[in-house]
Write a protein that binds this ligand. Structure first.
Ligand code: GLY
Length: 314
């Protein structure tokens, strides 16, 4: 254990949508567990980049969430995964899109960042790269839950009316983490199976740097969730950090950016953000978003808009 010189903070989300009662307990417990695991990295002196990867992997391994295990199916009944990771120290970034049969796309994104000259690999190329760097593939069936099969078999409706989509229980969305470590370095990571019944090859915001996430030590780190096409149109993660750069408090920056996405493109979603000084914010325009944050050994968490529960970390 080290003496933290600066305030280390880790925040996670498990997706902004109308989370049904049957998934609510698992969603809250899942984000709490991911936040604990990510924060333990920071507490033992690890960097923000490692912490966000650990937190997102925990949610990719949890079938309550639409990422890794538990991902939604596209029109062909396949799983296509998107993820990004970004290091605020150098702006180093890695992403994968439309990758198949990978349990932890966030770690593959990190390998793209660290082992290639590129920022994003997609589809077959991402899978070939996974093979080259020894990231094992898993059978599609291990990523798909019975819940998802049943939902996918219901009448198909990839609604474009964005607000309705993300306030229906049809949507199911994305996990993410942001962190600042005790040296003031920030990082973000986002991972998703996307939106149920998406077209084959459809890529949302989650692997797109500046939309699904962004991290810069000069302003902060953001991870987004919600309707990917809307988030892409307003480059939500960068928009939030733009407002921080213009002098807004991080909570205000998240709020005005989500409001802008709502008014300008009728897009629903949510975001989590942290600044290098350890200020953090969560917000969403959907019915619910499971989230958790750890600072000063206190775990904060919530699901409904007015929730802000806390408990001491053991
Ligand atoms: N936000 C995830 C997606 O639209 O794919």
């Amino acid at each position: 254990m080290i003496d933290l010189k600066m305030k280390a903070v880790l925040v996670v989300h498990g997706g902004a949508w109308a989370i049904p009662e049957e998934l609510s307990k698992a969603s809250v417990e899942g984000v709490q567990s991911a936040a604990r695991q990510g924060f333990s990295v920071l507490k033992s002196g690890g960097c923000a980049l490692d912490a966000v990867e650990v937190a997102v992997r925990a949610m990719e391994d949890n079938t309550a969430f639409d990422a890794g295990h538990g991902s939604v199916l596209n029109t062909d009944g396949e799983v296509e995964l998107d993820a990004l990771i970004m290091d605020g120290r150098t702006l180093a970034s890695g992403a994968v899109s439309s990758v198949k049969n990978i349990a932890n796309p966030v770690s593959l994104a990190r390998a793209v960042m660290e082992k290639t000259d590129h920022v994003m690999l997609t589809g077959r190329g991402a899978n070939l790269f996974a093979e080259r760097v020894g990231v094992h593939t898993v059978p599609t069936e291990t990523l798909v839950t019975e819940y998802e099969r049943k939902e996918w078999e219901k009448p198909k409706k990839y609604m474009t009316g964005v607000k309705e989509l993300f306030n229906s229980q049809w949507a199911h969305d994305t996990v993410g983490a942001v962190a600042v470590d005790c040296s003031g370095n920030v990082a973000c990571a986002t991972s998703t199976g996307g939106i149920r019944n998406k077209m084959v090859g459809r890529v949302g915001d989650s692997p797109v740097i500046g939309s699904g996430g962004y991290a810069d030590n000069h302003s902060g780190a953001v991870s987004c969730t919600g309707h990917g096409e809307s988030i892409l149109k307003v480059t939500l993660a960068r928009l939030i950090l733009f407002h921080v750069e213009q002098g807004k408090e991080v909570s205000q920056a998240v709020e005005v950016s989500l409001r802008y996405m709502d008014e300008r493109v009728q897009g629903g979603g949510g975001a989590i953000a942290v600044t290098p000084s350890g200020k953090w914010a969560i917000n969403f325009t959907t019915e619910r978003m499971a989230w958790a944050a750890v600072e000063n050994d206190v775990l904060w968490y919530g699901l409904d808009p007015s929730d802000k529960f806390q408990e001491e970390l053991q």
